[in-house]
Design a protein around this ligand. Structure first.
Ligand code: PLP
Length: 395
């Protein structure tokens, strides 16, 4: 028998992927140069040379089993040690290798985190706007339900009134993503403090723990010379889900980790449980050579400056055209308000001008749209002409 659940999902495929495929087909017909594909968050900047050099060196100098063999189920100990030391140095928490579990990107990390702290009948809360893959990640994995707190559209920080109402006793975990996909907003220290206070208060009231799952693949992509506040520093029961997909431009290598706050008192237990979850889901350890190479460049990033350049160009150009935008503090996304209430209709019209924009409905905020500006700057500049023609002709 073919599994009906997954078969039925074929009719509800990712809007983002479908738009990206559509853009590629359209590009083949009317020329790549006439398409401004802002649909997919696929990093455009080169991987640091040091990473490639290290891979080559490892391949030349290490034994076949060291670079191509199975790694231990929690990850290679020296890799976990290096990452823990880097986290401890940078963020001031006493991480050791026992707090770190290697995964296939943030998606793999989240798949483990959800199973660590939620099961059938539980609720995981997240905040709009949110990464749409959270639905399949949660709904298909744990038997828990994902519920979404409505957005605070004036600044895309947390809507605490709505959050408090939805934070009921069946909530076992709260999932946040800062810097945020799709808004580009970085949660402030004040937001994180208020969030932590509310969780601590509700833990007391309900008599059970509430875990904070922090999805942070954009942690290093922050503008204006700032740093994103480190979520785990605000709340002891935090599970950080990190990925090198964006900061090192390595999405195809599928590499990231879970880091459990050592101050939770149960970090080693949870990390060991991750090894058992892997057995259950058939997600085994990521590639050994990639683990070894990434550990040696874990304090580096690719040259991420192009994202800030692109953001400033788009933010200035689009606000001049009358768009209402919360200025992104990081990532390579922005989330303007559409020029009509129906963002789907807006995005369909934009396609006629070669602009591929993702309607906000898929991120839980109708009436807005996402621009993924991880593309080259010349294209961003030319897209502003297309935006101008679009706005002048249609609105
Ligand atoms: N979380 C967010 C918010 C993302 O934007 C993405 C990818 O775009 C992921 C998780 C998954 O990242 P990874 O490629 O590391 O699995």
């Amino acid at each position: 028998m073919i599994n009906a659940l997954y078969r039925n999902m074929l009719s509800g495929k990712s809007v983002i992927r479908e738009l990206s495929e559509y853009a590629q087909n359209l590009g083949a017909q009317i020329g790549e140069e006439n398409i401004f594909d802002f649909s997919l968050g696929n990093p455009s900047v080169p991987v640091p040379q040091a990473f490639n050099d290290r891979v080559v060196e490892l391949l030349r100098t290490e034994s076949s089993i060291a670079v191509h063999g199975y790694s231990p189920s929690l990850g290679i100990p020296s890799v976990r040690e290096k990452i823990a030391a880097s986290l401890a140095r940078r963020f001031g928490l006493p991480y050791t290798k026992d707090d770190v579990f290697m995964t296939s990107g943030a998606a793999g990390a989240l798949a483990h985190a959800f199973r660590l702290v939620a099961g059938p009948g539980d609720v995981i809360l997240t905040f709009a706007p949110f990464f749409p893959e959270y639905h399949p990640y949660v709904d298909l994995s744990t038997g828990a339900k994902l519920r979404v707190v409505p957005a605070r559209t004036e600044d895309f920080q947390i809507n605490f009134d709505a959050f408090e109402q939805m934070l009921t006793a069946d909530v076992q975990a709260v999932l946040i993503n800062t810097p945020n996909n799709p808004s580009g907003v970085v949660y402030s220290e004040e937001t994180l403090r208020q969030l932590a206070d509310m969780l601590l208060q509700k833990e007391k009231e309900f008599g059970h723990e509430i875990w904070l799952i922090s999805d942070e693949p954009y942690r290093e992509i922050v503008f204006d010379g700032r740093q994103a506040p480190y979520v785990s520093a605000f709340y002891p029961r935090t599970i950080s889900c990190y990925s090198y997909s964006k900061s090192l431009s390595l999405p195809g290598e599928r590499i990231g980790y879970v880091a459990v706050n050592p101050q939770s008192g149960v970090s080693s237990l949870l990390v060991n449980m991750c090894g058992q979850i892997s057995r259950g889901i058939g997600h085994n350890c990521p590639s050994s050579v990639i683990q070894l190479a990434v550990a040696d460049v874990c304090d580096m990033t690719a040259d991420l400056s192009i994202y800030e350049t692109n953001m400033n160009l788009l933010y200035d150009g689009l606000t001049r055209l009358g768009f209402d935008i919360v200025r992104p503090g990081g990532t390579f996304y922005m989330f303007p308000k559409a020029l009509e209430a129906d963002a789907n209709a807006f995005s369909r019209k934009a396609l006629q001008y070669g602009l591929v924009l993702v309607p906000g409905d898929t991120f839980g905020v109708p009436g807005y749209f996402r621009i993924a500006y991880c593309t080259d700057t010349k294209k961003v500049v030319r897209s502003l002409d297309a935006f101008e023609r679009f706005v002048k002709a249609e609105y």
